[in-house]
Design a protein around this ligand. Structure first.
Ligand code: DX5
Ligand code: ZN
Length: 218
């Protein structure tokens, strides 16, 4: 499978959201990455259900919803109703991660687990066979446009090995600081999904930038 690209809506122009959604619809992008922040799990608040529902109305590609919130179980049904196709919860926010994952899958969504930069991929050993996606945070979550953390490559390699050994089908998603200089090495190391906010939306030609991010590189 060639890698997927998921532009992060967090970096879109919210005054022209429909225009930016149409841009992604007609681009080479695969998914919409949607960041939900509660101001508690992360030091920022993004947007909630009304915006997600508006997105769903216009988006013609799957919604990859990344929850940076405490107590995500409480809202899983509401995110399903709002149109999430993939629902990712943070390992650090879930006391009963296995239960949270089963709940997401029972609701008919793909289930993802995100890990912060300080969290070892080893923490996923006993859940890797149950999940559809691992979101490896390559910045500290909360904001777009931050600098990529180089240690991420080691985490991707270790995770790839774990996935192969366990015969898991989980995709490896990289979130934060992905750009045209590092994307090819990330894919080469084992990334399956690249999230890109600032790189896409602050470029002069976002559609062309998405095409670049889709290239094999290296
Ligand atoms: C950060 C978010 C990311 C963010 C990525 O907390 O989870 O999805 O939008 O933005 P860039 O690509 O600009 O680092
Ligand atoms: Zn994200």
């Amino acid at each position: 499978m060639s890698h997927l690209v998921a532009p992060s809506v967090l970096s879109a122009d919210f005054g022209n959201l429909q225009r930016d959604i149409e841009m992604i619809n007609s681009s080479a992008a695969d998914w919409f990455h949607v960041d939900i922040m509660d101001g508690v799990f992360v030091p920022n608040i993004s947007f909630g259900f009304p915006v997600l529902k508006a997105l769903k109305q216009h988006a013609k590609k799957p919604l990859d919803v990344h929850l940076m919130i405490v107590d995500p179980d409480r809202y899983a049904q509401a995110f399903k109703d709002a149109g999430a196709d993939v629902l990712t919860v943070h390992l650090e926010a879930c006391t009963h991660l296995h239960r949270s994952i089963q709940n997401i899958k029972n609701l008919g969504m793909k289930a993802g687990v995100a890990i912060n930069p300080h969290t070892s991929v080893n923490m996923l050993q006993d859940i890797i066979e149950d999940i559809d996606l691992v979101c490896v945070m390559s910045v500290n979550p909360g904001y777009g446009g931050q600098k990529f953390i180089e240690h991420t490559y080691k985490k991707i390699s270790a995770l790839k090995e774990m996935i192969i050994q366990s015969h898991s089908k989980a995709l490896i998603e990289i979130d934060g600081g992905v750009d045209l200089n590092n994307y090819a090495k990330l894919v080469h190391t084992g990334a399956d999904v690249l999230v890109a906010g600032n790189t896409v939306f602050s470029s002069k030609d976002p559609k062309q930038t998405i095409i670049e991010l889709k290239k094999e590189g290296l």
